[in-house]
Design a binder for this molecule. Structure first.
Ligand code: UDP
Length: 551
């Protein structure tokens, strides 16, 4: 009965009158359909037509008012996957006067977030495409709080991970299918439509082969903040906290409690010698090895185990998204079946190596064909190839490397990625040991500061002419305002000098707050000078206003 939208909190006649008089109001952010999120008053949904409806009245608002560009190709993306032609959102238009001839609307009082889940059957997609984007979309709009209602319009059933979607708010999310239960016409008093794409880090290869997104805007910090909130909601006690509370020294007690997690798949893409792998790992690292499996235990219990692990080992696959729950400093080891190049399938590598995620990523690939078990007779979506022409089957069987390809039905890719693997222990341990050599010790070194310098203050220049072809240019400035509150390991300044009219400049790195330049400085010439501060080698500040210096 939690699906019932209570009508008690709103005065029906007031709401109906408001809709009739004011119609629908829409104000959006974003210049393009791919970066747009819209907020509506009185957006309606007609379950018979399966369409959203915008009611025009004298006081309705539609911003942006795109005219028919609204269909080129759509108002916005309803999922976080960019410009996917099955995920577009638009609405039908009607005059508010038409309401007189329509079924009585049912009003939804909750502030509602309307979106498409992209692939709710797959755990990686659940997190990357839906949960994290919805979490940060809700954070962006303060009225999308714990009482917000989520509506999933992609048209799928709950799916195996619906409990995770339930964690986003205290109200039961609604599926498209359930909207009919509210009558023929339902109107959302206040709603947001669309998802933020700010947090996504991977593109699945619809227009070019899959890979990290071109300009990533998320850091490990935001992923970890999300993970922490989710763990709190699942009532998982974090290991970091237990250590702090216990007050025991990390080196003494912590070390002894360290363990490795092997993520096991039980239906496809198997590790055929898990027991042997576990023995070898325990022997090599002198640590406990624990196995987890999505097929055999609850998701919260899996996360509980992973959140305390020093190392997570798994065959490539959606379950590796759980590495976002690993503690800082942990190692992620991803295994790839024969003929699959780890460099071409990097959703988990990209996650682990986000700045501030502080995970160490290592991949291993089966290079021994005799150690792979193929499944040519399975259905095509589990990598079967017997439906293909004989020649094509033979080509695939002879190939030792899946060539780059687009999503999502490349039979050679599916054939190879659904192989089972007998992990060659010596080569695996070798790769692991080699990969661990470059592992920084996060426990010891505090995570690096990410505080950037402010602008240098009071930049000035003084000039003097020495001879007809010699001149001097002295540039000085004050420290950035925020420096006095910070401990900075290394403080440097960068000065760019450009002769007016030229299109190149000379860059200089300086440790002090003033410098007299005489090389390459000509008399009776105007120079443009930029100064900025740099903390710890790579934290660049902004340039101060350009100085015009005439010798
Ligand atoms: N899955 C699983 N055990 C298995 C095979 C799959 O738990 O033996 C889960 C997997 O983690 C994912 C979903 O089932 O959430 C779909 O798996 P699929 O192999 O299609 O996708 P992939 O893991 O390659 O992303």
């Amino acid at each position: 009965q939690s699906q019932e939208v209570s009508q008690a909190h709103i005065d029906y006649h007031v709401a109906l009158q408001a809709l009739q008089e004011h119609g629908t109001r829409m104000v959006c952010t974003g210049k393009m359909h791919t970066d747009r999120i819209c907020r509506f008053d009185y957006l309606c949904y007609c379950s018979e037509a399966e369409e959203f409806v915008f009611f025009h009245s004298n006081s309705s608002v539609m911003l942006p008012n795109l005219g028919s560009r609204r269909f080129q190709p759509a108002l916005l993306d309803l999922s976080s996957v960019e410009d996917h032609n099955t995920q577009y959102f638009n609405f039908l238009e009607l005059p508010a006067a038409a309401l007189k001839f329509m079924p009585k609307p049912v009003f939804v009082p909750d502030v509602t977030l309307i979106l498409n889940r992209f692939n709710p059957d797959n755990l990686m997609h659940v997190f990357h495409d839906d949960l994290i984007p919805a979490f940060y979309t809700m954070m962006q709009y303060s009225d999308l709080d714990d009482e917000a209602r989520l509506v999933f319009m992609e048209g799928w059933g709950e799916g195996p991970h619906f409990d995770l979607y339930r964690l986003l708010s205290s109200k039961q999310p609604l599926l498209k299918e359930q909207l009919k239960n509210f009558g023929k016409l339902m109107c959302f008093t206040k709603s947001y439509v669309g998802l933020s794409k700010m947090t996504t880090w991977y593109q699945y290869g619809f227009v070019q082969p899959q890979g990290p997104k071109a300009n990533m805007l998320v850091s490990g910090n935001e992923i970890r903040q999300f993970a922490r909130v989710l763990m709190d909601k699942m009532n998982i006690t974090r290991v970091e906290e237990m250590e702090k509370d216990g007050g025991s020294s990390e080196d003494e007690k912590g070390r002894k409690d360290e363990y490795i997690v092997l993520f096991s798949r039980s239906t496809t893409r198997l590790i055929l010698n898990e027991a042997e792998l576990i023995m070898a790992l325990a022997q090599e690292f002198q640590m406990r090895v624990v196995t987890v499996s999505l097929d055999e235990q609850s998701f919260p219990s899996t996360v509980q185990v992973i959140s305390g692990a020093s190392m997570l080992i798994s065959m490539h696959g959606a379950q590796l998204i759980t590495s976002l729950f690993l503690p800082r400093g942990a190692v992620v080891v991803e295994l790839f079946p024969f003929a699959v190049n780890p460099e071409q399938y990097t959703p988990y590598k990209t996650l682990a190596t986000l700045p501030g995620m502080d995970l160490h990523y290592v991949s291993w690939r089966n290079t021994k064909e005799e150690n792979t078990i193929t499944h040519p007779d399975k259905p095509w979506d589990q990598g079967g190839i017997t439906h293909l022409e004989k020649e094509e089957q033979e080509r695939i069987l002879a190939s030792k490397d899946v060539p780059r390809h687009l999503c999502c039905r490349n039979p050679e890719w599916l054939f190879r990625i659904y192989q089972d693997t007998l992990v060659d222990i010596p080569s695996f341990l070798e790769v692991l040991k080699e990969g661990m050599k470059t592992k920084p010790s996060v426990r010891r070194s505090k995570p690096a500061s990410t505080v950037h310098p402010g602008r240098v203050r009071e930049p000035q220049c003084q000039t003097s002419v020495q001879t007809t072809n010699e001149a001097k240019l002295t540039v000085s400035w004050q420290i950035p305002w925020n420096l006095k509150y910070l401990k900075v390991r290394e403080l440097k300044y960068e000065v760019w000098i450009q002769e007016q009219g030229e299109n190149t400049y000379m860059p200089y790195i300086l440790p002090q707050q003033n410098y007299t330049f005489s090389e390459n400085i000509k008399p009776f010439t105007t120079y443009l000078v930029w100064v900025r501060c740099i903390f710890n080698k790579n934290l660049l500040g902004p340039f101060a206003d350009v100085l015009m210096c005439r010798t």
